[in-house]
Design a protein around this ligand. Structure first.
Ligand code: HEC
Ligand code: HEC
Length: 121
């Protein structure tokens, strides 16, 4: 029988395996992220809109496009990425910040599904 110490040593000598990247044809905009990074973006989107996962997803399938808000959110991701690419190309996200860039869903939504309209003059 192997000792605990030898098992632990073997584990330490293993090269760390690279984290799995989300790679599925149903994910079109949030590409190149690890699974925890992807999950964190979903949490941030939810928080930025004062929403829940069910605001954009149908029950039982996150990959389904049956909830029309998911398509709107996808366009919003496209827009947000385009703004960042064009106007904030040098921005580097800090540890724990959104990978989208300087402008995020929160920049406009501020915790609400409908961003505030300006007050009347
Ligand atoms: C504002 C809308 C919105 C909210 C809120 C939201 N999602 Fe998503 N979710 C999306 C969109 C859009 C995609 C597709 C992203 C893409 O194609 O890059 C997606 C994709 C996913 C996927 C990948 C599905 C696949 O194709 O395999 C998972 C898993 C997921 N969301 C989980 C969650 C969870 C869990 C929550 C709540 C914490 C959540 N989402 C909240 C819009 C939303
Ligand atoms: C540049 C500002 C801006 C950014 C950035 C932005 N949005 Fe929006 N979003 C809007 C505006 C404006 C509307 C239209 C709201 C309305 O009709 O009152 C909207 C509408 C939406 C809606 C539809 C709400 C409804 O009527 O059901 C969703 C969902 C949404 N945004 C998700 C997102 C997500 C997810 C992100 C980040 C990936 C994002 N938005 C980033 C400005 C923005």
């Amino acid at each position: 029988m192997k000792s605990i110490a030898s098992i632990m040593l073997a584990a330490l000598l293993q090269p760390p395996s690279p984290p799995a990247i989300v790679d599925t044809p149903t994910v079109k905009m949030l590409t190149g992220l690890t699974v925890p990074e992807f999950e964190a973006e979903m949490q941030r989107m939810t928080q930025a809109l004062g929403a829940s996962c069910g605001t954009c997803h149908v029950r039982g399938s996150f990959a389904s496009d049956a909830n029309p808000r998911k398509a709107v959110a996808l366009r919003m991701l496209e827009m947000t990425k385009a703004i960042n690419r064009q106007f904030f190309p040098d921005y580097k996200a800090e540890e724990g910040a959104s990978r989208l860039g300087r402008v995020t869903c929160f920049t406009c939504h501020q915790g609400e599904l409908h961003p505030k309209a300006p007050p009347p003059l």
